[in-house]
Design a protein around this ligand. Structure first.
Ligand SMILES: [Zn+2]
Length: 189
């Protein structure tokens, strides 16, 4: 918002406040129409001042991120992080200090694997079903720009959609007891 916009919007909002103060049961219709016009003007000024979309979440870090309705800040990304932290706290509480990985595995250990990842999949309606119509993107804006370009193309599909894919790791069940054992020296094998 530039200075002129700020001043104009401030004036328009203060005027609405004055209308509110002056409002009584005797306020004539003509006055109400005036108030309506002033509200419209204030809304128009707001529209001009606002840039970007309204935030989807209440998270300052991911205002446009994916939504988790059950999260206090509606942020799926942060809620996933919090869940993971609670999980490891719970597991840590049961089994004492975090175990140290001693055996290198060709598959790596949990911590070696990537953090929860999300991707945005551009899909097009082919007349029967939705199908992937481009490379999944790590960046939502990039995926949206890609779809916008597809729609402007020479032979656009009937419809497009953007699918959010989110992967996380969650231990669902454990078989056996993972006890720490020392690795036998190679000579003993
Ligand atoms: Zn967040």
């Amino acid at each position: 918002m530039n200075h002129a916009q700020l001043a104009a919007l401030g004036r328009a909002l203060r005027l609405l406040g004055e209308h509110g103060e002056a409002l009584t049961s005797d306020t004539p219709d003509a006055r109400l129409h005036e108030i309506k016009a002033d509200m419209r003007r204030a809304l128009d000024l707001l529209d001009e001042s606002v840039t970007g979309n309204a935030p989807a979440t209440r998270c300052p870090e991911h205002p446009q991120g994916p939504v988790d309705e059950s999260a206090p800040d509606l942020c799926l990304l942060c809620e996933t992080r919090r869940r993971a932290a609670r999980r490891s706290e719970f597991q840590g509480g049961r089994s004492g200090p975090a175990p140290v990985a001693t055996a290198p595995s060709r598959y790596g250990v949990r911590a070696d694997r990537p953090q929860p990842q999300q991707r945005w999949l551009p899909e097009a309606w082919n007349g029967q079903e939705w199908q992937l119509c481009g490379t999944p993107r790590r960046d939502r804006r990039e995926a949206e720009a890609y779809l916008a370009a597809q729609r402007r193309g020479s032979r656009p599909a009937m419809a497009y959609r953007l699918v959010h894919e989110f992967t996380d790791y969650e231990v669902l069940r454990v078989w056996g007891t993972p006890v720490h054992v020392d690795i036998e020296p190679m000579g003993n094998l």
